[in-house]
Design a protein around this ligand. Structure first.
Ligand SMILES: [Ca+2]
Ligand SMILES: [Ca+2]
Length: 81
């Protein structure tokens, strides 16, 4: 009984971590974007974004136009919410 309770708690803990990650991103999305844009071409490929769990977990939402790259505008639009 106790085991299933802690398992349930874990399933709720992950979204909280993601929310915390988004809150951190809101502080300076440009800095996070810059740190992830390894080749400096102004957009994040999936490989570049894989360094950030928050970005990867929200990939489909972040990539608003679905071109498999996240532009600085897409990042800003998402974190501005
Ligand atoms: Ca890039
Ligand atoms: Ca895009």
């Amino acid at each position: 009984m106790k085991r299933s309770t802690s398992k349930l708690a874990k399933s709720f803990a992950l979204p909280l971590v993601l929310v915390a990650g988004i809150a951190a991103a809101q502080e300076d999305p440009a800095a996070i974007f810059e740190s992830l844009d390894a080749d400096g071409n102004g957009s994040l490929s999936e490989a570049e974004a894989s360094a950030n769990e928050m970005v990867m977990s929200k990939w489909e939402t972040l990539d608003a136009d679905g071109n498999s790259e996240i532009s600085v505008e897409e990042m800003a639009a998402f974190t501005a919410e």
